[in-house]
Design a protein around this ligand. Structure first.
Ligand code: GDP
Ligand code: IMO
Ligand code: MG
Length: 423
């Protein structure tokens, strides 16, 4: 029996989908616990690929149970289209459960997200995630998956009451209008597909654990996008850190045995906000090209930069990371030298602690150590011994600096392009 939590240690897109898909083979339950369809997780099996936004990255395993936990905000249209897409491609979704407590993202959330972006730019995915979590927190104007089980008349009345409030608010703020009836009819249509999947997942998961079943918890986004611990306000609106694995599922903390932190061998970020090791010149562009660093959800070019150990020390600490998966090492091949930030200098003062407020972070100048690069294609390497000496040294360097074992090294997007260290 084991419960393992996987999360991103940077600003998202670390390759969580690939690693969840890889590890899912040994688990019976695969569970998303936070975020919504702002996430974009890529999974590959042979030549087949899915870009998943809500359905957990266990899609290639029809017999395993997939759970969308209570901490997730669910866009019904996205969910229906993912269920239909997976089933049409031969991956039944009978064993998909959606927490009855998960809140629903509606089209007014998206309108509000877009309108708010015009007043203060965070660079959101415009999926309505912030407004949906705001409504959840403010309690009065949100509906949950359990509401989809209400008699249709009751659900309709509830929706129209919220719609009337939103209309008043939007009109006062000058936000674009929407058609209440089409929101209602859209949700009624999606509800037909979603209803059979709605369940009390807290019980499903705890019963499974009590019976000795294994559970894999899949985080969305990355630790520095966490609303409490990230680079506020340039963050998402949920907790992306390991504690959310408990609050977003109902699994108690002492049941979680290991926390796998995923770190890209370099750093990327989509959207606005500070990024001390960002490479704004041609080298950043080259990494973007080689790493195909374009947003899975929005297609936006990702900002690229060197690996930042100040970030990783902090995110390993706050998440209780027990092991690391280092991804996209292949992307760094053929560089003459590779830099890694080991500290920051802030107005002449050196620190190894990640600054937790924006003004200090904005002034942070990375202190780099330079490592020698390596040449050639490493995507076929299946053990650390297969790697060129300097690539192996890079992995050892990261492991030593973080004091946390690197158990997985990913050298390409495919499942088999992976090195399991001492499997
Ligand atoms: P996630 O949001 O953390 O699941 O990551 P994304 O799927 O948004 O972005 C990661 C991208 O890198 C995807 O296109 C993956 O197929 C790809 N990928 C994952 N691991 C590797 C790797 O080790 N090497 C390369 N070259 N690509 C990878
Ligand atoms: P995965 O799970 C990368 C970023 C957005 C923006 C900020 C707030 O694929 O790693 P939001 O729409 O959440 O209100 O946007 O968060 N962001 C992500 N960046 N990967 C993600 O998910 C992200 N989800 C949100 O770009 O900067
Ligand atoms: Mg992604």
């Amino acid at each position: 029996m084991s419960v393992t939590l996987i999360l991103g240690l940077q600003w998202g897109d670390e390759g969580k989908g690939k690693i969840v898909d890889l590890l899912a083979e040994d688990y019976e339950y695969i569970v998303r616990f936070n975020g919504g369809d702002n996430a974009g997780h890529t999974v590959r099996k042979g030549d087949e690929e899915f870009k998943l936004h809500l359905v957990p990255s266990g899609v290639f395993y029809p017999d395993k149970t997939k759970v969308i936990g209570n901490g997730v905000v669910v866009n019904p249209e996205t969910l229906v289209s993912e269920i239909e897409m997976a089933e049409s491609r031969g991956y039944p979704m009978k064993r998909l459960f959606v927490s009855s407590d998960a809140h629903i993202v509606l089209s007014w959330h998206k309108i509000m997200d877009g309108a708010l972006e015009q007043t203060g730019k965070i660079g959101t995915t415009k999926k309505g995630i912030g407004p949906a979590y705001s409504d959840k927190a403010s309690r009065t104007y949100s509906i949950r998956a359990c509401d989809l089980l209400l008699p249709e008349k009751e659900l309709k009345e509830k929706l129209l009451r919220i719609a009337a409030h939103k209309k008043k608010l939007f009109s006062a703020l000058g936000f674009p209008d929407f058609d209440s009836e089409s929101v209602v009819s859209g949700l009624m249509k999606s509800a037909i597909t979603i209803r059979p999947h709605v369940a009390d997942t807290q019980f499903i998961l705890n019963d499974a654990i009590a019976k000795g079943k294994s559970v894999l918890l899949e985080g969305a986004q990355g630790a520095l996008l966490d609303i409490d611990h990230g680079t506020f306000p340039y963050v998402t609106s949920s907790n992306t850190t390991s504690g959310a694995g408990c609050t977003g599922t109902g699994i108690p903390p002492q049941k979680i045995h290991s926390v796998v932190g995923i770190a890209k061998a370099y750093t990327t970020r989509v959207g606005e906000g500070p990024f001390p090791t960002e490479l704004t010149g041609s080298l950043g562009e080259e990494i973007r090209k080689v790493g195909a660093e374009f947003g899975t959800t929005t297609g936006r070019p990702r900002r690229c930069g060197w690996l930042d150990l100040v970030v990783l020390r902090y995110t390993c600490m706050i998440n209780g990371v027990t092991e690391i998966a280092l991804t996209k090492l292949d992307v760094l091949s053929n560089l003459k030298e590779i830099k890694v930030a080991v500290a920051y200098e802030i107005v002449g003062k050196k620190t190894e602690n990640f600054p937790l407020d924006l003004p200090r972070l904005a002034k942070a100048v990375p202190v780099y150590e330079t490592l020698p690069g390596w040449e050639g294609d490493i995507t076929k390497c299946t053990s650390l011994a297969d790697l060129p000496k300097n690539a192996r040294k890079y992995v050892e360097y990261v492991e030593n600096k973080l004091g946390t074992p690197v158990k997985i090294v990913s050298v390409g997007p495919k499942r088999e392009e992976t090195i399991l260290v001492n499997p």
